[in-house]
Structure formats: structure tokens, C-alpha cells
Design a protein around this ligand. Structure first.
Ligand SMILES: Nc1nc2c(c(=O)[nH]1)N[C@H]1C(S)=C(S)[C@@H](COP(=O)(O)OP(=O)(O)OC[C@H]3O[C@@H](n4cnc5c(=O)[nH]c(N)nc54)[C@H](O)[C@@H]3O)O[C@H]1N2
Ligand SMILES: Nc1nc2c(c(=O)[nH]1)N[C@H]1C(S)=C(S)[C@@H](COP(=O)(O)OP(=O)(O)OC[C@H]3O[C@@H](n4cnc5c(=O)[nH]c(N)nc54)[C@H](O)[C@@H]3O)O[C@H]1N2
Ligand code: SF4
Ligand SMILES: [Mo]
Length: 704
């Protein structure tokens, strides 16, 4: 048909799968988004959320024009203005701030709302480096794991997911692919159907745990104990791979000094697991090959997150699992893509010694930092008012009258509502981009199917406009999208050989030149300082028996929801069907708390509180409650679960500790129960709204 465009797209969301898309547009309007069947890993199907994607692209909350605040901060009242007016005013105010207080008074805040390389990095860094802005440490997601992986292996590299079917023992440790990595399930099923044993290690009885049956429901945050006990068991029965250790590893003696403290008896007490189950897994680890440890990011969002990843990594080394094609430890394949970050991000523009701000501590940065205080916040590709921890401090910061807040967004999010200026952001399908994955090994070109809707612009274009508004000079600040892709791919590394913009235009899905049969760290150089895999304990903390906090006796876990990606999709009615914030509670805990299925409660921690509907569920074990993350604050009386999370940092890497939260539940007084405006009565939930009591209430979206 005339005026029909079929473009190769890439799902832009922060997700392991990085799916190939086939995007069809007619007369400049996107009509259909399907999975790209020729993508060898994601193979033509999409997840539940992105199957409804047109509802997101053309949603009424979409910001299509620049907006300037007219009401009080946070009131969400704006007037439409032109780009010229917006940029004129923002440029003038930023220039004044930089002159009066220095560049460090400007703070960027961003993460991976759009994972495309040009959307997540590049032009933004060039701009902020040029004005000497505070440098943001982007730690909110994977920092603890990165610190541990880099120390142990020298790199974030694991087996190719396409070799998962070779695995005969697969350990899913702190990951829930049924929600977060659905394209992994067919590969895991294939292994299972060929006889592999698939085990999950997760305090929650997730859909993944039910699918693969061998489930170790350890107590929350006790992974270090379990992993070290398994390692001790292997060593003390003489079933570790001595030859592999002699040839490839370092630090075995000191590892064993730590591991030997975790006797079976002590580990059983701490983890709550049965001794025979731990012994059974030890026997499997000793005997079955190939062994793949597929650990996830869930396991590292805890106080001892890096230590947990270290202890799990050590199992992959003690067993010599890296010897086998398909064996080893798959947590991240980010370093399979030797992108030229220095050139893309303009590292030469960065001033030495510029102030660094950890994004986990955004609340503190906005409310307590001096010399200079943060006077301007530029937020893009992220929604910190909903997703950052210690939310009450973050919101106090955003409420500051003297803070200039500029938000580049696709939607009128909780963060955008606090802005002085909201600038419209293009969707993934509307701009050129280059994508890599943290799981599979394909580089992909995202070709725009339509021009940006309304007056929206891509992230790269937004930063070109900001640079112009401040009168900045330098060709790096105005490079085209194609030039940026060229810079990213400008590498002599053999794994990127022949992958250029031109070749991607012809073939937009290309595997890095790292054959699936190349065994990481056996066939590739080990990039640690010693040139060996490092078993040496981390130079921090040391997990010990957890302390009890009798005022806050429960653990809260707020893991990924199936129907959203963090706060993204939270406003899409066809996807997010839950009207109220839900907290899953084990039947025994509901009983001793004297609560009933459907009662309103306050979920409280030492940081704050937020309202929830308590639901009886066998997903959590007694002692742990669950709220899938994250809802929009606007859906929960102005707050969400991040009112109770804290900005405490993980043991290494400065990561977030979202899953190390101690809480209590307090029944709501009658007058506190949210009001149903329509009926002018407190919200009472009927059984159809509550879903089933009992054996299974997982993360399944209702209906749809
Ligand atoms: N549908 C959907 N997909 C997503 C996302 C989403 O929000 N929704 N988010 C995306 C993002 S940003 C990321 S980083 C990835 C994350 O995806 P994953 O790596 O799967 O990590 P999480 O979802 O954080 O947590 C995974 C599991 O860790 C478990 N867990 C929590 N505490 C512990 C613990 O102490 N020990 C152990 N062993 N397990 C624990 C949780 O119960 C959960 O089932 O997924 C991405 N994909
Ligand atoms: N309680 C709790 N909180 C958590 C977590 C948890 O497990 N529990 N997980 C944490 C993790 S792992 C992560 S990664 C963070 C993620 O937290 P965020 O970085 O806030 O991610 P999202 O909620 O997906 O919000 C991304 C925003 O970027 C916008 N966006 C998308 N594409 C573009 C674009 O091209 N340009 C611009 N300018 N904007 C765009 C989207 O509309 C969306 O509002 O949340 C963290 N918060
Ligand atoms: S969110 Fe993940 S699984 Fe869903 S389409 Fe995007 S990349 Fe694929
Ligand atoms: Mo994340």
C-alpha cells in the first residue's frame, strides 16, 4: 500500500530481552507492532505489555508540546508554550545558575526508560560534561552486581543464552523470567524437556518457581549463607574441581575460610531450608554438567548484594562450570558489546574531580547537599518521583520552590507533575537508535517508523537544543544521530568487526562476533588484575546471622511486576488493571496480624508509610510480604511503595537495597480508608475485585 512503512524496530524498554520489532506505519501513524520473527532469540513474540503498545504510543497522558508550570509546584497545572520560549527561558536560567554557583549546581537524573544507546547516553553526557555539571552515578539497578562481577571475572560476560538448552542443571537464582525475561522461558523449557533439572532460589513462590518445580524458598536475604554452605559442602566432600581452580582461579584458601563458617546446621537455621534439600543441591552441583547458574538482579538489591553475587559466582568457579560450552554464570552480557563509550559520551569533555552524586541518594542530593546546593534538576528517561527509594525525601526535594526542575518525558508522570518545564519526548518507534542487550548478544538498529508525534523530540535532540539554548560551542554537542552511532561503533575490537551503521541498515539484527561456542574465561582472556578468576572475599562487611527488628518484624520485597516495567505502563489501562496497591501476605501472617483478605493497611517502615490492600497469598513465605513495583503515586494517595524503601547503599558499588526493607502492617482506621468519590463512601473491595484467596495469587494481570 502507498504511504506504508515497515520498519525494523527494537523494544526500547529496560528489559533483558531487547526484542526485535516489526513496526508498520501508514500515513505517519503507527498501525501495528509485532515481534520480528527473524530475531534468533526473541523469535517473533512479544510480552503481554508490548502486545498492547499502541495504547501507550497514542495515550492521552502523552506529552506532545512543551509545557510551563502555572500552578503551585506539584499541582500538575501547566500551560502550553513553544519550544523557542521554553528553551529561551530554560537556557537563561541555567546560564545564570552556572555563572552564580558553578556547573555542579546542575544535576542530571536519568536511567534506562529507553535503552537505546543514543537515548540513554551520548549527547546528554557531552552536554553535562561541557557545563561541568555534577556527575550522576547510575547505580539504581545493577551496581552491586557489577562491582562483584568485575571483581570476580573482570567483566560482565556470561554464556550465550542461545546455549541454555545445553544446560543439564540450571539454577535460577534471584530472577523471575516469567515476568522479567519471558523470551528465556522457551530456552529453559527446551532444556527441561531434554532432561535438565531447573532449580529456582527465591524467597517467593513465583510463577517461575512453580513452572520448574525444584524451588528453594530460602528466607529473604540469606543467599550468602546458602551459597557459601553449598561451596563448603563441595570442598569438604572433595568434589570441587581442583584442576580448574589451579589453572584459572586465585583466592581459594581465603574463600574457604569464609565458606567453612557456614556449616549445614547454621545455614539451616539462617535460611530456613531443610538440610536434605541443601545436600541434594550440593550433590547435583557436584555431579551434573553442563551447569548454568542464571542469577538475576533480584538477588543483589539487598544490603549484602555484592557479597551474594560473589558467593554465587564462586560456585560457578568451584564446580569448573566454565569448562563446558553453555556452562558458567549468566547474569549479564553487557560487556559482550565493546562499544566505544569514551567517544560516544565525549569523555574528553569531563572535568577532573567533578562532584559525583549517587542516584540512589537523590533525596539527599536535593535536600541536604551544599557547596553548591543543587539548583537545577534535569530529569529524562526516568521517573524518580515513583521509582527512587526514600520517596518522602525525594518529594520534599522536588517541592523546593527554588529548584528549577526540567523534565523530558513521554507521559505526564509523577515526576513531570513536579516540573517547572515539561518537554515532550519521542517514542522509541519515532527515532533512530542503536541497541545492545544485557542478556543476548545481538546489536540492532532501530529504524524510525514515523516522525516524532506532536512536537516531541528524541533525547539526543533534546540535548542539542539545551546546548544551543546555553550558547555552547563545539561540534560534539551538535553531532547527528548517524554520527553518534558511528562513534559508538568506532572500535577495533574483533567482536564488533564489520558492524557499522551501513551494514546495520542492510541487516538490522547482527550478532557480535563472539561465537556461542566460545567459553567465557576459558577461551577468552580473564581481565582481572591477576589474570585469574578471583575467589577472594570482598573487602567489605561479611554476611552474618540477620538481626531481628521486633518493631518491624517483616521483610518487604517489591519485585518487578509482570504488567509494567517499573513505573512504565503504570498508566495504561489495558495493561495495568489493578485499581489499588496490593500487598501479598502469607496466610499465617494475616492470621497473627488479625487481618482479613482485602483489609486496608498501612505498610510502614522506619522511612515512611503507604496504603495497601492486604491480600492472602501463598506467593510469599511467612515473614515476607510482597508488593510488585511500582505504581504511580497518583494511584495511591500521592505515594507508592518507595515511601518505605530507604536510600541505604549496598555493600559494594553504591547500589540500591530495595529488597532489604523491614516493615510492619498497621490496620487502617475506618476514617483513613480511601474514599470512593463516585459513591462518597470508603472503598470496600468486593470479591471480584480482590481475586482468589489462597493457593496461587501471583503476578498475573487480571483479564486482558
Ligand atoms: N515485566 C517486567 N519486566 C522487567 C521489569 C519489570 O518491572 N517488569 N524490570 C526490568 C528491570 S529494570 C530489571 S533490572 C530486570 C530485573 O529482573 P530480575 O533480574 O528478574 O530481578 P527482579 O525482578 O528485581 O527480582 C527477581 C526475583 O528476585 C527475588 N528476590 C528478592 N529478594 C531476594 C533475595 O533476598 N534472595 C533471592 N534469592 N531472591 C530474591 C524476587 O522475589 C524476584 O522474584 O527486569 C526487567 N524486566
Ligand atoms: N520499590 C522498587 N523500586 C524500584 C525497583 C524495585 O524493584 N522496587 N527497581 C529499580 C530498578 S531495577 C530500576 S532500573 C529503576 C527504574 O526506574 P526508572 O528509571 O524511573 O524507570 P521507569 O519507571 O521505567 O521510567 C522510565 C521513564 O522514562 C520515560 N521514557 C521512556 N522512553 C523515553 C525517552 O526516549 N526519552 C525520555 N526523555 N523519557 C523516556 C518513560 O515514559 C518513563 O516515565 O526503578 C527502581 N525502583
Ligand atoms: S518489554 Fe521486554 S519482553 Fe516485552 S517486548 Fe520489550 S524487550 Fe520484549
Ligand atoms: Mo533495573
Amino acid at each position: 500500500m502507498e504511504n506504508t512503512v515497515v520498519a525494523h524496530g527494537v523494544c526500547p524498554h529496560d528489559c533483558y530481552d531487547t526484542c526485535g520489532l516489526e513496526v508498520t506505519a501508514q500515513d505517519g501513524v503507527i498501525r501495528q507492532i509485532r515481534g520480528e520473527r527473524r530475531h534468533p532469540v526473541t523469535r517473533g513474540f512479544l510480552c503481554f505489555k508490548v502486545n498492547h503498545y499502541l495504547d501507550r504510543v497514542y495515550h492521552p497522558d502523552r506529552v506532545l508540546h512543551p509545557l510551563r508550570r502555572v500552578g503551585a509546584k506539584g499541582s500538575g497545572r501547566f500551560e502550553r508554550i513553544s519550544w523557542e520560549e521554553a528553551m529561551g527561558e530554560i537556557g537563561e536560567r541555567l546560564r545564570a545558575i552556572v555563572i552564580e554557583s558553578g556547573g555542579e549546581a546542575v544535576l542530571p537524573y536519568s536511567f534506562a526508560g529507553n535503552m537505546g544507546l543514543l537515548s540513554r547516553t551520548g549527547m546528554d553526557r557531552r552536554f553535562f560534561h561541557s557545563i561541568g555539571a555534577s556527575a550522576l552515578e547510575r547505580t539504581i539497578c545493577t551496581a552491586a552486581a557489577e562491582a562483584a562481577l568485575t571483581r570476580v571475572y573482570g567483566q560482565r560476560l556470561g554464556p550465550d543464552p542461545e546455549t541454555l538448552p545445553y544446560g543439564r542443571l540450571i539454577l535460577l537464582w534471584g530472577t523471575n523470567p516469567a515476568s522479567t525475561n519471558v523470551h528465556e522461558l522457551p530456552w529453559l523449557d527446551q532444556a527441561r524437556d531434554a532432561g535438565a533439572e531447573v532449580w529456582t532460589v527465591d524467597p517467593l513462590r513465583t510463577e517461575t518457581a512453580r513452572r520448574y518445580r525444584n524451588h528453594l524458598a530460602l528466607k529473604t536475604n540469606t543467599d550468602v549463607a546458602l551459597a557459601l554452605c553449598l561451596g563448603r559442602g563441595l570442598i569438604e566432600s572433595g568434589r570441587h574441581d581442583r584442576e580448574f581452580l589451579d589453572q584459572y582461579a586465585q583466592g581459594f584458601e581465603r574463600y574457604y575460610e569464609r565458606a567453612r563458617l557456614w556449616t549445614l546446621k547454621r545455614t539451616v537455621e539462617v535460611t530456613g531450608l531443610e538440610p536434605r534439600v541443601i545436600e541434594a543441591l550440593t550433590d547435583r552441583l557436584a555431579a551434573i554438567r553442563p551447569l548454568v547458574i542464571r542469577s538475576g538482579f533480584g538477588v543483589q538489591r539487598q544490603d549484602h548484594g555484592a557479597e551474594a553475587v560473589w558467593a554465587i559466582s564462586a560456585l560457578s568457579i568451584l564446580t569448573g562450570s566454565h569448562r563446558d560450552v553453555g556452562g558458567g554464570h549468566l547474569l549479564s552480557n553487557s560487556d559482550a558489546f565493546p562499544i566505544n563509550k569514551g567517544k560516544l559520551e565525549g569523555h574528553h569533555l569531563l572535568s577532573q574531580g567533578v562532584r559525583r552524586v549517587n542516584m540512589v541518594e537523590l533525596g539527599l542530593a536535593l535536600t541536604a547537599l551544599g557547596d553548591p546546593p543543587v539548583r537545577a534538576l534535569i530529569s529524562y528517561n526516568s521517573n524518580p518521583a515513583a521509582t527512587a527509594p526514600d520517596q518522602s525525601t525525594v518529594l520534599r526535594g522536588l517541592a523546593r520552590e527554588d529548584l528549577l526542575t526540567v523534565v523530558h518525558e513521554q507521559m505526564m508522570t509523577d515526576t513531570a507533575r513536579w516540573a517547572d518545564f515539561v518537554l515532550p519526548a519521542a517514542m522509541g518507534m519515532e527515532s533512530l537508535d542503536l541497541h545492545v542487550s544485557y542478556w543476548h548478544r545481538y546489536v540492532q538498529l532501530n529504524q524510525p517508523a514515523t516522525p516524532p508525534a506532536g512536537e516531541s523530540v528524541s533525547n539526543a535532540e533534546f540535548f542539542r537544543r539545551l546546548a544551543r539554548s546555553m550558547g555552547l560551542h563545539g561540534p560534539e554537542l551538535y553531532a547527528s544521530d548517524e554520527d553518534l552511532i558511528g562513534d559508538a561503533l568506532d572500535s577495533d575490537h574483533p567482536w564488533l568487526d564489520g558492524i557499522t551503521l551501513e551494514s546495520l541498515k542492510r541487516n538490522p539484527v547482527q550478532k557480535v562476533r563472539l561465537d556461542a561456542h566460545v567459553r567465557p574465561f576459558v577461551d577468552t582472556p580473564i581481565q582481572t588484575p591477576s589474570g585469574r578468576l578471583c575467589l577472594e572475599p570482598l573487602p567489605v562487611g561479611g554476611f552474618s546471622d540477620p538481626e531481628v527488628d521486633s518493631d518491624y518484624p517483616l521483610y518487604l520485597i517489591s519485585p518487578s511486576a509482570r504488567e509494567t516495567i517499573k513505573s512504565s505502563f503504570g498508566n495504561i489501562a489495558s495493561v495495568q488493571k489493578r485499581r489499588w496497591p496490593e500487598l501479598l501476605v502469607a496466610p499465617e501472617d494475616l492470621h497473627w496480624l488479625n487481618l482479613a483478605h482485602g483489609d486496608w493497611v498501612w505498610l510502614e517502615s522506619r522511612n515512611g508509610r503507604t496504603p495497601m490492600v492486604a491480600l492472602e497469598s501463598t506467593v510469599p513465605q511467612s515473614g515476607t510480604v510482597v508488593s510488585y513495583a511500582v505504581r504511580w503515586n497518583g494511584q495511591g494517595q500521592g505515594t507508592n511503595v518507595n515511601q518505605v524503601t530507604s536510600a541505604r547503599l549496598s555493600d559494594m558499588g553504591g547500589g540500591a537495597t530495595f529488597y532489604s526493607v523491614r516493615v510492619r502492617l498497621v490496620a487502617m482506621a475506618e476514617e483513613e480508608i480511601p474514599h470512593d468519590e463516585a459513591r462518597s463512601a470508603p472503598v470496600r473491595l468486593c470479591s471480584s475485585e480482590l481475586g482468589p484467596v489462597g493457593p496461587v495469587h501471583d503476578n498475573e494481570a487480571r483479564g486482558g
